[in-house]
Design a protein around this ligand. Structure first.
Ligand SMILES: Nc1ncnc2c1ncn2[C@@H]1O[C@H](COP(=O)(O)OP(=O)(O)OP(=O)(O)O)[C@@H](O)[C@H]1O
Length: 782
């Protein structure tokens, strides 16, 4: 594999190409010229018209002196744009102002309101005189006015007061008998059929009466067929069969709970009494009428675990102790090429101080031990401060969390937030993550950077008592960190109003947009109170961003900037990746060898494919005197959190995990990742091995390659390793390049379609790829 970050420094894109290269100037010896990009080109692809600026970045300019609106996260920027108004002023606006001349205007004078004793200029419908409305007409019935009664066509009264009703008159004919002088409801001859006319009855198809008066009672045969049995001659409510046909029962109790059975309509559904309300999982009522919407019952009727997690610490020491100290290769971060594409790309920041951040944030950044921003932070902080939509794709462990938390908090602190507590909360920032543990970690980071400020971060996630989290939320919430399922649930229960949302952030965004979470994200983004894209800002972060997911992401964003660093979508160059060929039945022995020889007392995460295997392997290791624990979707949330805590504290040094722990988790001292089972999806491989070798620390991953199962992925694996400048094991190389070998393609598509490369697809004019990947079926993550 490549030795260090030097290997991933790519040459800056040639000036004629799209994109911007941000090679930092310290080490390259080449100073970029001052000023902004040199010219722009417009590249159009099939998906959308996207302007891509090109040229090299100028000398970084201090935000304070930057003259363009985007680069300077200063108060001036805040005051000049549509978010610039401090929140407090929102309380002073229209709601408190008297509104001129509307319905609610209480003054009887000039405003022209309808209310009040004074008269406006509109005339009474009855007598046509001004100064009163028809219902107060003192002249009612006394004639006057020019509008004629519908019944007798005489002026001076309306049809309901007609003194001549029934006596004929008027030119409009009754629908029933077609005679003039009365309306159908007063028809003296309703079923005589004597009327005639050319309108026909829906039931029997005869003229002269309408269907409810049909003398055939449904026995007649019109051309229309019954919805139940499909026969002609009667309507469904009179169906003699009471069922039949292929009509489905669509709505039993609610549209969500229907049996979809044939032969009856929903109100006759035989299962109506058995279908469970999805809120409390009890029968006998619809969710709308649910008496216990926050029930803690599971779907199978068992009592849900009553788990109330301990909230994030408020102790300064504990808060700032969390996180990993940067390692020996952190210095190499400066050499990583930062690529930024999009239109009107904002100036990158060179230091936290130069970004114009508020003192409180700078203090907290310092307390966290951050001396300088990582490349993804340099790019993303500038883009978010400039209030642009963003996709940021950077290697695992390179500080993406702070890359969005810091600028977003800076904007909230500058603009002010509403001091709020109440039944319905209006967060300004919504961050969604795929797993509970990652959400907890993000929330903790948010508490860290918000330390000593007015900002309140609140977390909601599954597997915990809802009422507890709801009351946390209702105590005030500026930054909401959530898993998708719990957020959707709370939205359905009306806990949130999104009208104040400025930022919607998806962490591990490629995962959030795939088929597993995609529909939830769609619901969240399309919530009626959520400001539309372009009004709210949408930011997406991940170490991998397949092109087909970029196509989905584009639907949530407007004119977004794409930030990438180093080898995009590749594995972390600080992780030494080793592979052992190993048949399925040899895996246990091999694992023991690895743990005894290499890991010993060190910390390792052992990734397996299924929850069952996780339990099995953890039990096996414990039986062999290894301090192991496990985390997967079938464990109770309290058990999951205990397992993670014990692993972090070193009480257990081996954590056996499914993919639920593959992404985002930032655990100090993880020296090894073992892929007991390789994942089918190589993006997950990138994330798994990224649990070690974080922020410039060195790490090692050992993967057991079972040719029978993993063979089909060999080409893609070689492609990934090559692109990441990692060593390709000889056996893998032989497998793909030997005579009759599988061959490989650098942009080999992953399971669902597109390549795993994480370049900005707009620059390459790529078409969106195939369908998004399905979620691993057996995991329920949030
Ligand atoms: N500028 C910085 N200087 C030093 N340490 C930093 C800096 N930024 C972030 N870190 C630390 O780096 C570690 C990794 O950060 P983070 O979890 O945000 O990485 P990530 O890029 O989101 O990783 P992943 O892709 O695995 O989710 C954290 O412990 C964080 O505190």
């Amino acid at each position: 594999m490549g030795d260090d970050w030097d290997d991933v420094v790519t040459t800056a894109p040639a000036r004629g190409s799209s994109g911007v290269s941000w090679n930092d100037n310290n080490n390259t010896g080449v100073k970029p010229p001052a000023g902004r990009g040199r010219g722009t080109a417009t590249i159009t692809n099939q998906m959308s018209n996207v302007k891509v600026s090109e040229g090299e970045w100028g000398e970084p300019v201090k935000a304070a002196s930057t003259s363009n609106g985007w680069g300077a996260p200063k108060t001036s920027a805040a005051s000049s744009d549509d978010w610039g108004t401090p929140k407090t002023s929102q309380f002073n606006d229209a709601d408190d102002q008297p509104r001129g001349g509307g319905w609610g205007s209480s003054g009887g004078g000039g405003g022209g309101g309808f209310k009040g004793a004074g008269g406006g200029s509109r005339a009474c419908h009855k007598c046509q005189q001004e100064g009163h409305m028809a219902r107060d007409c003192p002249n009612a019935g006394s004639g006057g006015g020019s509008r004629a009664c519908h019944k007798c066509q005489q002026e001076g009264h309306m049809a309901r007061d007609c003194p001549n009703a029934g006596s004929g008159g008027g030119s409009r004919a009754c629908h029933k008998c077609q005679e003039e002088g009365h309306m159908a409801r007063d028809c003296p001859n309703p079923s005589s059929g004597g009327g005639g006319g050319d309108r026909t009855c829906h039931k029997c198809g005869e003229a002269g009466h309408i269907s409810r008066d049909c003398p055939t009672g449904g026995g007649g045969g019109g051309p229309r067929t019954c919805n139940k049995c499909g026969e002609e001659g009667h309507m469904s409510r009179a169906c003699p069969q009471g069922g039949g046909g292929d009509n489905k029962c669509y709505t039993v109790c609610t549209t969500n709970n229907h049996c979809k059975g044939d032969g009856h309509i929903s109100k006759d559904c035989p299962l109506a009494g058995e279908i469970k309300c999805f809120k409390c999982h009890e029968t006998g009522h619809s969710p709308r009428e649910c008496p216990n919407p926050f029930s803690d019952k599971t779907e199978d009727g068992k009592d849900r675990e009553q788990y109330v997690p301990v909230d994030c610490t408020s102790s300064e020491k504990d808060l700032f102790e969390a996180g990993i100290n940067s390692g020996e290769n952190f210095k190499n971060f400066d050499k990583i090429a930062l690529q930024v594409t999009g239109s009107d790309v904002p100036q990158y920041i060179t230091s936290f101080e130069d970004a114009g951040l508020r003192t409180l944030l700078l203090d907290n950044i310092k307390k966290a031990g951050y001396v300088k921003p990582t490349p993804v932070q340099k790019g993303s902080i500038a883009v978010i401060l400039a209030k642009r939509d963003l996709i940021a794709c950077a290697v695992t462990g390179s500080g993406k969390t702070a890359a969005y938390l810091v600028p977003v908090m800076n904007i909230l602190l500058e603009q002010g937030v509403a001091p709020s507590h109440g039944m319905v909360q209006k967060p300004e920032v919504v961050i969604v993550a795929p797993t509970r543990e990652l959400a907890i970690q993000i929330h903790r980071e948010a508490c860290k950077f918000a330390y000593n400020s007015v900002l309140k971060s609140v977390i909601i996630y599954g597997g915990t008592v809802t009422s507890h989290q709801r009351s946390n939320v209702q105590a005030g919430c500026n930054i909401l960190v959530a898993t998708a399922g719990r957020l959707k649930d709370f939205l359905e229960r009306g806990v949130f109003d999104f009208s104040c949302v400025k930022f919607l952030i998806l962490d591990e965004a490629d995962r959030m947009l795939d088929m597993g979470f995609g529909p939830d994200i769609e619901k969240i983004a399309a919530h009626p109170t959520m400001p539309p894209k372009g009004v709210r800002r949408t930011c997406m972060f991940s170490a991998t961003f397949p092109e087909e997911v970029q196509a989905l992401a584009a639907g949530y964003m407007e004119d977004y900037i794409f930030v990438t660093t180093g080898t995009v979508g590749g594995t972390n160059p600080d992780v030494d990746q080793v592979f052992h060929q190993c048949q399925r039945n040899e895996k246990r022995t091999k694992l023991m060898e690895i743990l005894n020889d290499e890991v010993r007392e060190k910390k390792a995460i052992v990734f397996v494919e299924s929850k069952k295997t996780a339990d099995f392997v953890a039990a096996f290791l414990c039986n062999n005197s290894i301090q192991a624990t496990s985390i997967h979707g079938d464990r109770l949330q309290s058990q999951r959190e205990t397992a993670l805590r014990e692993f972090k504290q070193g009480v257990r040094n081996v954590l056996v995990a499914t993919n639920v722990a593959a992404r985002g988790l930032d655990i100090a001292g993880v020296d090894f990742v073992v892929n007991y089972d390789l994942p089918a999806d190589l993006e997950e491989y990138v994330h798994r091995v990224g649990r070690t070798g974080r922020v410039g620390n060195l790490g090692r991953s050992i993967s057991l390659f079972d040719e029978e199962k993993d063979g089909p992925n060999a080409g893609k694996l070689v492609s990934l390793l090559t692109k990441s400048n990692a060593d390709v094991p000889a056996f893998l190389q032989a497998m793909v390049s030997g005579v009759g070998g599988m061959g490989y393609d650098f942009n080999a598509p992953s399971e669902g379609g597109g390549g795993f490369a994480s370049r900005d697809m707009r620059r390459f004019g790529d078409k969106p790829g195939g369908a998004a990947r399905p979620t691993e079926a057996e995991e329920s993550w949030d």
